[in-house]
Design a protein around this ligand. Structure first.
Ligand code: SF4
Length: 242
């Protein structure tokens, strides 16, 4: 994947969807909690769980750890897999405080911070990169199921590449442009959720003229319409299984 191609895809998606302004959260800590809660569920469920938790306690690590584990699990119920996720949230809060909170973690280099996050039970590469990019402004590219699907259909991924291989290829091509990396991931989710679905809507896709999969589609000759610009998190935002 070369920089010119990836930037062209970015420009078309940005033109089609507008700025996504990700991540939808009030604080960096909320990004971290949301990154766990979004595993295998729609973002609307994460919002409900966060709102439910926020209605009971302040959204900080100390307050979460002071909550009885069953109460925490109940608060997180709308996000699904709430017993597993509540354990993961507690593990994240413990590691967060042990490291000295946001300031302590932010003092680490990006490889050190990634390793620290990956050492927390239930945090895999995608969740760690969500946190690195959106909570700590580190120049990493988040690879999710939508990324694989869209770029395989475009003919830019062969399929079967490792998470790390895809991440490095994007990062090398795009460079350490944090705002762009944030925006790009948000645009990919919108594209995967609204247009390049399991059954793709190629007739209204901004990428169809250069898409290998669309070339064989009968809808290739039709005129694209502008997709919704409503900001949202994906239904398969994270592949990491609770
Ligand atoms: S043209 Fe079709 S297959 Fe290609 S990226 Fe767009 S929606 Fe997906």
């Amino acid at each position: 994947m070369d920089a010119e191609t990836l930037r062209a895809v970015y420009a078309r998606l940005l033109d089609a969807f507008g700025e996504q302004d990700w991540w939808p959260a009030q604080t960096a800590f909320e990004v971290m909690i949301g990154a766990i809660l979004t595993q295998n569920t729609a973002w609307t469920n994460v919002e409900r769980a966060l709102e439910r938790l926020r209605s009971r306690i302040p959204l900080d690590a100390e307050s979460i750890l002071a909550l009885d584990p069953p109460e925490l699990a109940d608060a997180l119920r709308p996000s699904g897999y709430f017993n597993v996720k509540s354990q993961r949230v507690r593990g994240l809060c413990e590691a967060y405080l042990q490291a000295g909170g946001h300031r302590g973690l932010d003092a680490l280099t990006t490889p050190e911070l990634r390793a620290r996050l990956l050492a927390i039970k239930g945090i895999g590469p995608e969740t760690a990169d969500d946190i690195l990019l959106y909570a700590f402004d580190r120049p990493v590219f988040v690879v999710d199921a939508y990324t694989r699907r869209i770029f395989e259909r475009l003919g830019l991924l062969a399929g079967g590449e490792t998470y790390e291989g895809i991440r490095r290829a994007f990062e090398q091509a795009l460079g350490p442009d944090v705002p762009m990396l944030k925006e790009y991931h948000g645009l990919i989710v919108s594209q995967g959720k609204e247009v390049c679905r399991t059954r793709p809507a190629c007739e209204r896709c901004a990428l169809r003229r250069t898409c290998a999969a669309a070339a064989a589609s009968p809808s290739d000759s039709s005129t694209p319409s502008r997709p919704s610009q409503q900001r949202r998190r994906g239904t398969t935002a994270s592949e990491e299984t609770p």
